[in-house]
Design a protein. Structure first.
Length: 160
């Protein structure tokens, strides 16, 4: 028996870096993932597909390890100073489906960034635990994404 926890996060912020420089980091999946906390292993599966294996969280008795794969595509239009990085879930890998996108809009001395993440994580626990476990899993995921964004903001010279 398993619990499905849905994740739906959205962020908007602006950094002190040029759009092309931000795009270079975010479109290079291993470089970008290097700023994400608690990633145990990232595996390049080829054709723009990467498998994420997160560190286990929880206690010795009850712990969860999230594993999933996503296919990444990216594009940058230098003339418009805009870019995007999108990822779509790959079914049949691990215990989660995660998709989302980065959207970048360059300004004269900064870049406006939008991040959206949607996902479903299967947690191998009885349905009765959903009321307790669901909010904990959501909060943990959000905390990791918040730290990821903070790490990227620091890398890009701070927030505007």
């Amino acid at each position: 028996m398993a619990i499905t926890v849905k994740i739906d996060l959205g962020y908007e912020f602006e950094v002190n870096a040029q759009a092309a420089d931000v795009f270079k980091v975010l479109s290079d999946v291993p470089t970008s993932v290097g700023y994400f906390p608690k990633v145990e292993q990232l595996t390049d599966m080829g054709d723009g597909v990467y498998q994420w294996e997160m560190e286990k969280v929880g206690t010795a008795q009850i712990n969860i390890q999230t594993v999933y794969a996503s296919k990444y595509t990216s594009k940058f239009d230098a003339a418009k100073n805009k870019g995007s990085v999108k990822w779509t879930p790959v079914k049949g890998v691990g215990n989660a489906l995660v998709g989302g996108h980065w959207t970048l809009v360059g300004k004269s001395k900064s870049t406006a960034i939008e991040l959206a993440i949607q996902g479903e994580i299967e947690v191998p626990l009885p349905g009765l635990m959903k009321m307790v476990v669901g909010p904990v899993v959501e909060a943990e995921f959000e905390k990791l994404v918040d730290k990821y964004i903070a790490n990227l903001i620091k890398q890009f010279g701070g927030e505007v």
